[in-house]
Design a protein around this ligand. Sequence first.
Ligand code: GLC
Length: 421
Amino acid sequence: MSNTTWFTHDRFGLFIHWGLYALPARHEWIRNHERISNEAYQKYFDHFDPDLYDPEAWAQQAKAAGMKYVVLTSKHHDGFCLWDSDLTDYKATNTPCSRDLIAPYVAAFRAAGLKIGFYHSLIDWHHPDYPVDGLHPLRDDLAFRQQEAGRDIARYRAYLHGQTRELLTRYGKIDIIWFDFSYPYMDWGWAKGKGRDDWHSEELLAMVRELQPGILVNNRLDLPGDFETPEQYQPFSPVEVDGQRVVWEACQTLNGSWGYHRDNLNWKSPEMLIQMLVDTVAKDGNLLLNVGPNGRGEFEPRASERLAAMGEWLRLHGRAIYGCGSSDFVAPPDCRLTQNGKRLYVHLFAYPFRDLHLPGLAGKVAYAQFLHDASELLLHEHDNANPSNIAPKGMPPNTLTLELPVQKPAVAVPVVELFLR
Ligand code: GLC
């Protein structure tokens, strides 16, 4: 296990899914969804020409959004490689783009001060020795299945290990490797899913840790890793494994698709995304938020607007996120709590009329203010022994009441900062 101190401090990262699937622009699983053969998928390889690719612009947007680390797909399930691998011809350098896309990515994000990660697909629908199974695009083509029955996973495994070695030796210090994914529990009768015995995960993991001491590895090698990876949902509470709290990172999309998806209208609002980040930190997790750049190599306006809104909120509220985690105090209705030592943050998902009641906090708060403008919020403590200051009926004892202005401040999620005694 590696030391995760920087990771649990930084809390917010950028996921980037980019590859040939940006061209059809209808989900990165398009080959699976539409049962597309290697030959039929070739047109995207032949037309891959991201002439506007500018990783410095990506890095600037990520930095302005308040993100502290980044994870880019070196290869997704379609097998297409963004770097100039010696082990395949199926790579960006052989498309009209004709350059290694990983080296400038690493340089740009590193220069912007972000930590660097690679997402690397264990699954490979293009490699000639990746056994055809129930997730394969041509799973329903019986003749193809028969013709390909002799595929040898040992050869694929050597490729997987060799490419991992390339990625971890060519680009300097790499902070995260995000393998995706294992599915040993799947069984179609005629084929089984794949897991640690297929990837030789223990050997692969040992190599990763040897080549990049301190690197963080996710949990999808079908082995425990440095962090858990709940995908496209928010955990109910801090994540536990065998009764112990663990480091975790929710990965989330802007619109349900990881790859660029032109016609998808399922966009989360900026407010929902900010609340998602808060909810994650309030449960001791990280948020890895995805952008799928388009085939020209740009973040589309719908993505950029959302990143900018998160950055504007974080500019004012960063200290309620970075270095923070869950609190043992109980959040009032419609709120989330984050805490960093003696600073307790109340994030208001709905804005109440005037009184914010905080159970259990009477006598414990020295000062309170709105975080966005450092304006004082007056405290009212009730004292049931004092007839002129009895707590309102039904209010639990030891409740502290804060007096809020009637008008909601002009920020997506207002935050109250409490200085604990
Ligand atoms: C998945 C999907 C995928 C996506 C990923 C992100 O398991 O297969 O397309 O890359 O999760 O978490």
